[in-house]
Design a protein around this ligand. Structure first.
Ligand code: C5P
Length: 300
């Protein structure tokens, strides 16, 4: 018997970043929106903990116990006094090291799959607790939909979404390390009084109403990590311009990057923007996806 869980990627429609805290993390006002690009994690009984991975970028994913999916299985097993003897297979479709929470998705997927496989029957609170230990974005991967993340991003308040949003994601050649982008944020803001991060009420209203134009008008300045990502990966400026030229309503760096996100008016224009981005030669791949998407779900 095995259990397969499907988990969505995310885009941050707002990522307000505060000053570095004493623990090195940054307080955030992080508006997460789950998008319909998915990884699938399959848990199968095994003699010991093993991880395999297939799909684009699979070669960059560690297969040892540092893999976030493996760490999720270890954390759940430890709490229940059992051995994490499981084979985890990750079918990747979320860009690796792309700022779309692919690793976090795999952790949330592994946690839910192992819980079902082992019959540990963890409560939602316990699962969310383990997610928060594993990483700042992991609780949202479990929950999906849309949510405001505060603290380091792990304290979630579910948000209403009043319509569908159509996106294109341009996959860059290469990855960016999230800690490196936060370090660059600190360097760029070394002589600045960084304000407390607060969620934009206008942006939350636009989400709640399904107001695409309203959201589009706020996105260009919504990602506090964008200047740091562009500083480390200047070529992304060309990708952002190419997407706008191809008809996107708004363009931004997704989370810590280097994936770039383009909001479009409907599914058809998303395909047009994706074609324009590919033709521009400023990205490796262009993926179309709609939001909101459900959180981690057992599919078989
Ligand atoms: O929590 P997670 O493991 O995903 O974070 C990865 C890295 O991103 C952290 O080690 C830290 O450098 C940075 N980070 C941060 N502030 C946050 C979230 C992440 O500085 N709120």
């Amino acid at each position: 018997m095995s259990v397969t869980v499907r988990v969505p990627a995310k885009v941050n429609v707002q990522l307000a970043v505060g000053a570095a805290r004493p623990d090195g993390f940054h307080d955030l006002a992080n508006v997460f929106l789950a998008v319909g690009l998915y990884d699938e994690v399959t848990a199968t009984p095994a003699g010991e903990l093993t991880v395999t991975c297939e799909g684009p970028g699979a070669g960059q994913v560690p297969l040892d116990r540092t893999n976030l999916a493996a760490r999720a299985a270890i954390a759940l097993a430890a709490r229940h006094g059992i051995e994490p003897d499981v084979h985890l297979h990750i079918a990747k479709d979320i860009p690796v090291a792309g700022g779309m929470a692919g690793g976090s998705a795999d952790a949330a997927g592994a946690l839910l799959a192992c819980d079902a496989l082992w019959g540990t029957d963890a409560s939602r609170e316990e699962l969310l607790d383990i997610c928060a230990e594993l990483g700042s974005d992991v609780p949202f991967s479990l929950v999906g939909g849309a949510a405001l993340g505060t603290g380091r991003g792990e304290q979630l308040r579910v948000l209403d979404v009043g319509g569908e949003f159509h996106w294109v994601f341009a996959v860059a050649d290469g990855g960016l390390s999230t800690p490196a982008v936060y370090r660059e944020f600190d360097r760029l803001n070394a002589h600045t009084d960084v304000p407390e991060p607060v969620a934009s009420q206008r942006l939350l209203d636009a989400l709640a109403k399904g107001d695409v134009d309203g959201l589009a008008s706020l996105l260009p300045d919504s990602n506090g990590l964008q200047p740091a990502a562009l500083s480390l990966f200047p070529e992304l400026t060309d990708t952002l311009a190419a997407g706008r030229a191809a008809g996107a309503l708004a363009a931004l760096v997704s989370g810590s990057g280097p994936t770039t996100a383009f909001l479009t008016g409907d599914a058809e224009s998303a395909h047009t923007v994706a074609e324009g981005l590919l033709a521009s030669g400023t990205c490796r791949a262009a993926r179309v996806a709609a939001s909101p998407a459900p959180g981690a779900t057992v599919v078989s």
